[in-house]
Design a protein around this ligand. Structure first.
Ligand code: TGC
Ligand code: FAD
Length: 388
């Protein structure tokens, strides 16, 4: 039997999940319904990150959930994807916070950090008592991080870090920033703690997108960073790019949540809106548009699921993640725009989800590698030619 499509699962993805994965999804879905959706319109309107939700997210184990030890749950990658999907059904800003905390801060600490760094930071980050951010993008361009100008040079036993980062999620609220810098030996990662002399951050205001998320600029003016705050196993540009693979994977799932929310709202609206003497769902063109949304969502769900299983088997290639991030975010943006249109004039109101999702997805399609960058990554993979 084809499942009820009001929560789109036309191809019975739920049937492919383990009982644990279904439970994780249901728990996070409840959190989003009860705690995120009632406040998110107000947060978006007033450019406010709902920081009060951080302890609750931590209590649900949403930070670093695939990591082992240090207070992390060691869940499957599919479970992680479902967490991202449900959070982004609420808002891309809430998912972004969790993505950065998990994939861009806890992951590099776990993978490239010393025992001392892991013991100090991972439990606190998992409990939401510490917030992290990831500084790679710079004011002169984010797509080509190999050209970064931020640099660190040895000074006695320490490092002196100088430069600037731009568009950094959670930048001004972070207790610890994972900052990538060029050194004489190549790119290295540094843990810059809040309060380090010479380190300042200021928020980027007046965004039309990701308004419920903190986005900041960061400045480093000869910051003295002890050697113990360098990630010892991070060597070369591949280290930060490896972190991006984790976050891009989460985004491929997260985008599904935004698209599902838009589809559900469009379907509910079409069921009750009466025009020309009958409800919109009786119109062929409206049915075709809803069917098209469902087609796109369903195929993207299978793509995310297969990616998750490959990741669980440790067989996922980063070019596959690029294909999925490109496909699923493009799909979500198209679905959000179509849903916004179906809602008519009311669809531009903050009361309706699709316009908020649509605006958020304009960031999501740009960050973690723009759509063009992912097309070029896939292009390089199939041709062997780098066309960046
Ligand atoms: P390239 O020669 O391709 O790579 C250098 C080394 O890294 C390896 N590598 C990767 N490893 C793991 N995962 C990946 N995704 C990797 N991509 C490349 C590669 O094999 C190589 O290793 P080795 O051992 O041979 O040295 O480097 P390139 O300079 O040609 O750059 C390629 C390009 C353009 C794909 C890369 O620069 C890129 O991905 N640019 C986009 C930058 C980007 O996505 N920035 C995102 C910043 S963080 C963010 O946006 C957070 S948003 C908040 C949120 O998530 O919510
Ligand atoms: P550019 O790199 O200047 O690109 C401009 C245009 O040129 C784009 O359309 C791009 O697709 C195109 N382009 C680039 N290269 C090519 C090419 N070779 N051929 C053809 N076209 C090309 N970064 C972080 O490090 N940490 C964060 O936490 C973080 N959070 C973010 C949060 C938000 C809300 C946003 C919007 C961004 C965030 N970013 C973060 C930055 C993000 O990763 C960058 O915006 C992104 O990588 C693109 O860089 P850019 O904005 O400098 O655009």
């Amino acid at each position: 039997m084809i499942p009820n499509t009001s929560r789109p699962d036309f191809l019975d993805l739920a049937g492919l999940l383990t009982e644990d994965e279904r439970q994780v999804q249901a728990t996070v879905a409840r959190f989003v319904d009860e705690r995120v959706l009632p406040i998110i319109g107000e947060c978006f309107e007033h450019e406010r990150f709902p920081r009060e939700l951080v302890p609750e997210m931590a209590a649900l184990g949403l930070f670093g959930p695939t990591l082992k030890d240090y207070g992390c749950a060691g869940l499957s990658n599919v479970a992680y994807g479902l967490i991202m999907q449900e959070l982004e059904r609420g808002d891309s800003g809430v998912r972004s916070f969790a993505s950065v905390q998990s994939g861009l801060v806890m992951y590099p600490l776990h993978r490239y950090g010393s025992d001392e760094q892991k013991t100090r930071w991972l439990p606190a980050l998992a409990r939401g008592e510490a917030i992290g951010c990831f500084g790679l993008t710079e004011p002169d361009g984010g797509s080509d991080p190999g050209a970064m100008k931020t640099h660190a040079r040895k000074s006695g036993g320490d490092w002196l870090l100088s430069g600037a980062k731009m568009w950094i999620t959670s930048g001004s609220v972070a207790d610890v920033a994972v900052v990538w810098a060029a050194t004489d030996a190549g790119v290295r990662g540094f843990l810059v703690e809040k309060g380090t002399p010479g380190y300042t951050a200021r928020d980027i205001q007046h965004k039309f997108s990701l308004r419920a998320s903190v986005t900041s600029e960061q400045f480093f003016d000869d910051c003295r960073i002890p050697e113990r705050n360098r990630l010892p196993l991070a060597e070369g540009l591949g280290a930060p790019l490896g972190c991006l693979t984790q976050a891009r994977y989460g985004i491929a799932w997260g985008a599904l949540g935004a698209a599902q929310a838009c589809y559900q709202e469009a379907l509910a609206f079409a069921r009750q809106r009466v025009l020309f003497g009958e409800t919109l769902i009786k119109k062929q063109i409206v049915q075709q548009r809803l069917a098209d949304m469902l087609r796109r969502i369903s195929t993207a769900q299978l793509l995310a699921w297969q990616l998750g299983r490959l990741k669980d088997l440790d067989r996922m290639h980063h070019a596959q993640v690029s294909l999925a991030k490109w496909n699923n975010v493009r799909m979500a943006l198209d679905v959000a725009r179509a849903a916004r249109d179906l809602l008519g004039a009311g669809g531009i109101s903050i009361e309706c989800g699709p316009v908020r999702h649509m605006l958020n997805l304009e960031s999501v399609i740009t960050y973690e590698g723009t759509e063009t960058i992912h097309q070029l990554i896939v292009g390089r993979q199939i041709t062997g030619e780098s066309a960046f």
